[in-house]
Each structure stands twice: as C-alpha cells, then as structure tokens.
Design a protein around this ligand. Structure first.
Ligand SMILES: Cc1cc2nc3c(=O)[nH]c(=O)nc-3n(C[C@H](O)[C@H](O)[C@H](O)COP(=O)(O)OP(=O)(O)OC[C@H]3O[C@@H](n4cnc5c(N)ncnc54)[C@H](O)[C@@H]3O)c2cc1C
Ligand SMILES: NC(=O)c1ccc[n+]([C@@H]2O[C@H](COP(=O)([O-])OP(=O)(O)OC[C@H]3O[C@@H](n4cnc5c(N)ncnc54)[C@H](OP(=O)(O)O)[C@@H]3O)[C@@H](O)[C@H]2O)c1
Length: 237
C-alpha cells in the first residue's frame, strides 16, 4: 500500500492522500496484523483479505527489509515470522503518523491524465462513487493480490471423478492455503516452485500421504524429504 511512498512524499509540500481498498493498512503483512487466523475465512472465488498463512516466515533477511533510519528491535531473528514484520510496519506507521494520510475502504476504480492533472475515480467507505483531481499519482497496488489460476486439460473430469470411498477432489490456489493439517493422509500435487509452492510442499509433506511438486521450468533442486519433483507441468494461462 505504499507506506514508503507516503513517508517519502509527505516530506514535500502539498496535500497527500492515499486510497486503500482494505479496511486495515497495508501490504499483505499489515492486513493480517490483527487478523490471523482469518477472522472471516472465505472460499473461492471470494478473495481473502490476506494471503498469509500462520506458519509463514520471511524468505528475505531483516537487513534487506529495513527502512532507512528505522531498525528492527534488537533480537529480531534474521528471517522472522510474519508477526515481526507486521509489528515493525505498524510501529513505522505510528512513529511517522502515516495513517493520517490514508483513506481506508477507498477503492480506486479509474484514473485519467486530462489537462495536465490526474483525475481519479474511487468508491469511498460508504460505497459512493467520487472523483478527485491530483498533480501526481503513485500506483502502489501490488501484484500478489489477484491469483492467477491456470486451467489444465482434463481437470473438470478429474475433479468430478471422486474415487469410491474417497474424499472430494479439490484444486486450490495458494492464496487460500492456510494449514497443512487439512491435507493429513491425502495425496497432494503442488504446482509451481516459487516460494509459495515450495513452502506449501514442505509444510504439507510432514503430514500428507504423498506430495509431488510439479515444475514447469527448471527451478528444481529442492531438497525436501518426502516431496517428489515432477517436471514438465504446464496449464493454459
Ligand atoms: C505469502 C507471501 C509471502 C511473502 N513473503 C515475503 C518476504 O518474506 N519478503 C519480502 O520481501 N516479500 C515477501 N512477499 C512479497 C511482499 O508481500 C510484496 O512484495 C509487497 O507486499 C509489495 O508491496 P506493495 O506495497 O507493492 O503491494 P501490496 O503489499 O500488495 O499492497 C498493495 C495495496 O494496494 C491496495 N489496492 C490494490 N488495488 C487497489 C485499488 N484499486 N484501490 C485502492 N487500493 C488498492 C491493496 O488492498 C493492498 O493493500 C510475500 C508475499 C506473499 C503473498
Ligand atoms: N516468505 C515466504 O516464504 C514466501 C512464501 C510465499 C510467497 N512469497 C513471495 O510471494 C511472491 C509470489 O511467490 P509465488 O511463489 O506465489 O509466485 P511465483 O514466484 O510467481 O511462482 C509461481 C510458480 O507457478 C508456476 N506457474 C505459473 N503459471 C503456471 C502454469 N500455467 N503452469 C504451470 N506452472 C505455472 C511458475 O512456473 P515458472 O517458474 O515456470 O514461471 C512458478 O514456479 C514472491 O515475491 C515470493 O518471494 C514468499
């Protein structure tokens, strides 16, 4: 949501307004601050307020996540859990009083550059459509908020073909993944070897009957016990 942009921009003269679609500030980390486990768990296709899952730790070290002049507290682990990150961002916002500039529950729906100024259309917290004009526009809407869900040949038949005495089959994007316990004694294929795929595969492998990790390209070399790499998986975008 651009805490950093707000902090940097507010040092300059002029009015500053940040529109945030969610009711709590921020990046996926911040959104979850008071909300894990999800207060309102949702099922697809409704999008969750946070992609975070309780066992999440950062995959980047603290020094690379530190804002200039605002260190993490002493004793913070090098790769902390999401709670440390949430608390850090919350302190950052409080310390610099950034939330005074943020309008929560305000969703930007359109912008245009007309006569040398930015014309912004947004839905406010009461659901009303409003317009405002600005000299500058910073777009910090993120790129992990809308899941990309490929479609595989035969998936409809696979989903419908429930084995005798078997549980219902399911395809779930990682944005809805929360607890490995759900997969106890089940056979699971994880598609994708990004951080989400690798983290989910390693967590689920401790409890599932079998976990396979499908790779489209060669980001293999994964050394998880009980996770089988299966190369060459590709769905239609
Ligand atoms: C599961 C997971 C784990 C991650 N772990 C790490 C990690 O360990 N280390 C690391 O460095 N990064 C990690 N990341 C990536 C990190 O979260 C993102 O890079 C970072 O949050 C991007 O910040 P941002 O401000 O650009 O976007 P976001 O944090 O996505 O914030 C965008 C904000 O814009 C708001 N918004 C979107 N559209 C609109 C609209 N139309 N109107 C108003 N508001 C809108 C959204 O509500 C959101 O609050 C992780 C991501 C995920 C999903
Ligand atoms: N802190 C943590 O531990 C943690 C946990 C989760 C996420 N994150 C962060 O969140 C961000 C997103 O990570 P992500 O893992 O969710 O996404 P990602 O890095 O974009 O990885 C997506 C994976 O899905 C595969 N894929 C995409 N479309 C496919 C298709 N049609 N068929 C088959 N495979 C397909 C990709 O394959 P290709 O490689 O071939 O494209 C890739 O392996 C990253 O910044 C990541 O670091 C961090």
């Amino acid at each position: 949501m651009g805490y950093c942009s707000v902090r940097t921009t507010e040092r300059r003269r002029g009015d500053l307004v940040s529109h945030e679609a969610f009711s709590s500030a921020g990046c996926p980390f911040i959104i979850s601050l008071f909300r894990l486990p999800d207060p309102h768990p949702v099922s697809p296709p409704e999008l969750p307020e946070t992609p975070l899952y309780p066992l999440l730790h950062t995959n980047t070290p603290v020094p690379s996540m530190t804002y200039p002049g605002f260190p993490f507290p002493p004793g913070t682990p090098l790769y902390p859990s999401h709670e440390h990150i949430e608390a850090y961002h919350q302190r950052y916002a409080w310390h610099f009083n950034l939330t005074q500039h943020i309008r929560f529950n305000h969703t930007v729906v359109a912008s245009s550059w007309t006569a040398g100024r930015w014309h912004i259309t947004f839905h406010d917290h009461k659901g009303q459509t409003r317009h405002k004009v600005f000299d500058h526009l910073v777009v910090a809407s993120g790129h992990n908020n809308i899941p990309h869900i490929p479609v595989w040949r035969g998936q409809k038949e696979w989903l419908g073909n429930i084995p005798a005495k078997g549980l219902k089959r399911e395809i779930l994007h990682s944005i809805w993944y929360r607890e490995p316990q759900k997969y106890a004694n089940r056979s699971v294929v994880v598609v994708g070897s990004g951080a989400s795929g690798r983290d989910a595969a390693s967590q689920i492998s401790s409890i599932a009957q079998k976990v396979s990790l499908k790779l489209r390209t060669g980001r293999g070399g994964l050394k998880f016990q009980r996770v089988v790499d299966l190369p060459f998986c590709e769905g239609r975008p």
